[in-house]
Write a protein that binds this ligand. Structure first.
Ligand SMILES: Cc1ncc(COP(=O)(O)O)c(C=O)c1O
Length: 406
C-alpha cells in the first residue's frame, strides 16, 4: 500500500530545533500587547540617528547609489574605520585586507565563528553576556563553554576562572566589554592578563567592542592594542550603539589577513555586501559624528546615575556600571527568581525588564534594566518598581523613594 506523504515534510535541522529562542523576545512580545508599559527592556538607543548621518544616507539614494559594493565594503569606509581605530586606540588595521564591513556586529560574530571553528571546538564564553554568543558558537558546530562571572567581582572575568574552564579542545574566547547586560568594563591590566592567558593556550580572541564609545569611567581598552593580542584577535564593532544606527544594519570586523580573508569568503556568499546606503551613512558618521556621540554619552551618563541611585534606594543593590546603557541590579533579597520578578513587575506594574537568566550563567538573581530611555520614563519606572518591591518585600525597601527620586 502506498503511504500518502502529501501532508508531511522533512524535519528541520537538529541544530535549528535545538536552538533556544532568545529570553529577551518573550518579554517584548508580552509588553507590546499591553497598555501603558514603560520599557527598560530594549537594548537600543532611544535617540534617532543624528541628522548629518541620515542626510548622507538620503543624499546617496538621491544620487542613485543603489548598487552592490565590493564584498569588503566601500574602500572609503574601510579607510575611515582604519583611521578611526588608529586615532582612538593606536591600533593599525590595513583597509585593503584587514577590515570587512558587515551587517552589524551580529553578522561579524557569525562569520568569526564560522571562519575559525571545526565541529567540537570549544569556545569560552564569560557570562552573563549578550544573547547571540552561545548560539553563534553552536551554529558554527562549536561548543560554547559558559564561564560564570560573579557579582562580587563586578562581573569581570578572571584568569583563574578561565584556567579552570580551558581544555585541549578550546579554540577561542569571546570578550564583550563594556558588557551587555552588566555594564561592566575591564581595566587594561586585567584585559592584558586575559590576553596572556589566550596567548599561553594559543586561542583566538573575539572581542565585541560595540559599546566602546559608551564608557563613563576611565577609558575603553581595545583588546587588539594589548601586547600579543593583534595576531589572535578579531575585533568586532559597529555603528548601532555609538551613533544610534541600529536599523541601518552596519558594522565591521578587523582581523589578521588570513582570518579576515576566511570571513570575507563566507560573507561574499551569504551577505554579498552590507547595504550601500548604510555604508555611505557610516562614512559620514566617522567623519562628522563625533559631537553627536559626545552629546549622547552625556545624556546616558545622567540617566545611569539616576537609575542606579534609584535602584539602590529601593533596596535593589546595584553596582555603578561603567559602560554600555544597562544597570544590572540584584533582586535576590526579594525572594523571587529573576523570571518571577520580571514577569510580575510587567503584569502588576507595567514595567518591562529582562531577567538576568536570559544572559546565561551568573545572571540568576538579577534583572537587566536598560537606561536607553528618557529621564521622565526612568523616574516613572523607578516609582513603579519601588511600589512593587514594597509590596513583595517591604523589609528591604526604605521609605518610599518616589519623592527622593524626583
Ligand atoms: C553586546 C552586543 N553585541 C552585538 C549587538 C548587535 O549589534 P549589531 O546591531 O551591530 O548587529 C548587540 C545588540 O544589542 C549587543 O548588545
Amino acid at each position: 500500500m502506498m503511504i500518502d506523504q502529501s501532508n508531511t515534510v522533512p524535519p528541520l535541522s537538529k541544530i535549528a530545533r535545538e536552538l533556544a529562542p532568545s529570553g529577551i523576545r518573550r518579554f517584548f512580545d508580552i509588553a507590546a500587547k499591553m497598555h501603558d508599559v514603560i520599557s527598560l527592556g530594549v537594548g537600543e538607543p532611544d535617540f534617532v540617528t543624528p541628522w548629518v548621518i541620515r542626510e548622507a544616507g538620503i543624499y546617496s539614494i538621491e544620487k542613485g547609489q543603489t548598487t552592490y559594493t565590493s564584498n569588503y565594503g566601500l574602500l572609503e569606509l574601510r579607510q575611515e574605520i582604519s583611521k578611526h581605530l588608529d586615532w582612538l586606540y593606536g591600533v593599525k588595521y590595513a583597509p585593503d585586507n584587514q577590515i570587512l564591513v558587515t551587517v552589524g556586529v551580529s553578522e561579524g560574530m557569525d562569520l568569526a565563528m564560522r571562519a575559525i571553528l571545526d565541529p567540537g571546538d570549544q569556545v569560552l564564553v564569560p557570562e552573563p553576556c549578550y544573547v547571540s554568543y552561545r548560539p553563534c558558537v553552536s551554529l558554527a558546530g562549536g561548543e560554547p563553554i559558559g564561564v560564570a562571572t560573579r557579582s562580587e567581582d563586578h562581573f569581570r572575568v578572571t584568569v583563574a576562572q578561565l584556567e579552570q574552564a580551558v581544555t585541549k579542545r578550546t579554540k577561542a574566547i569571546i570578550l564583550g566589554f563594556p558588557s551587555n547586560p552588566t555594564g561592566t568594563t575591564m581595566p587594561r591590566e586585567a584585559l592584558q592578563e586575559v590576553v596572556n592567558f589566550a596567548h599561553r593556550h594559543n586561542l583566538y580572541i573575539i572581542s565585541d567592542e560595540i559599546y566602546d564609545r559608551l564608557t563613563y569611567e576611565g577609558e575603553h581598552t581595545c583588546v587588539a592594542s594589548l601586547e600579543n593580542a593583534m595576531q589572535r584577535t578579531i575585533t568586532l564593532n559597529g555603528f548601532s550603539k555609538s551613533y544610534a544606527m541600529t536599523g541601518w544594519r552596519i558594522g565591521y570586523a578587523c582581523a589578521p589577513v588570513a582570518v579576515l580573508s576566511a570571513m570575507m569568503k563566507i560573507h561574499s556568499y551569504t551577505a554579498l555586501c552590507a547595504p550601500i546606503t548604510a555604508q555611505k551613512a557610516a562614512i559620514e558618521a566617522l567623519k562628522s559624528g563625533e559631537s553627536a556621540v559626545t552629546d549622547m554619552v552625556i545624556q546616558y551618563n545622567q540617566r545611569r546615575r539616576l537609575i542606579v541611585e534609584g535602584l539602590n534606594l529601593i533596596g535593589l543593590s546595584c553596582h555603578l556600571p561603567s559602560g554600555a546603557f544597562y544597570a544590572f541590579p540584584s533582586i535576590a533579597t526579594t525572594g523571587l527568581s529573576s523570571e518571577e520578578f520580571a514577569e510580575r513587575l510587567l503584569f502588576e506594574e507595567h514595567v518591562a525588564v529582562v531577567p538576568g537568566t536570559a544572559f546565561g550563567e551568573g545572571g540568576a538573581g538579577h534583572i537587566r534594566c536598560s537606561y536607553a530611555t528618557s529621564i521622565e520614563k526612568i523616574e516613572i519606572a523607578l516609582e513603579r518598581i519601588s511600589r512593587f518591591v514594597q509590596k513583595i518585600a517591604p523589609e528591604i525597601s526604605s521609605s518610599p523613594p518616589a519623592a527622593t527620586l524626583r
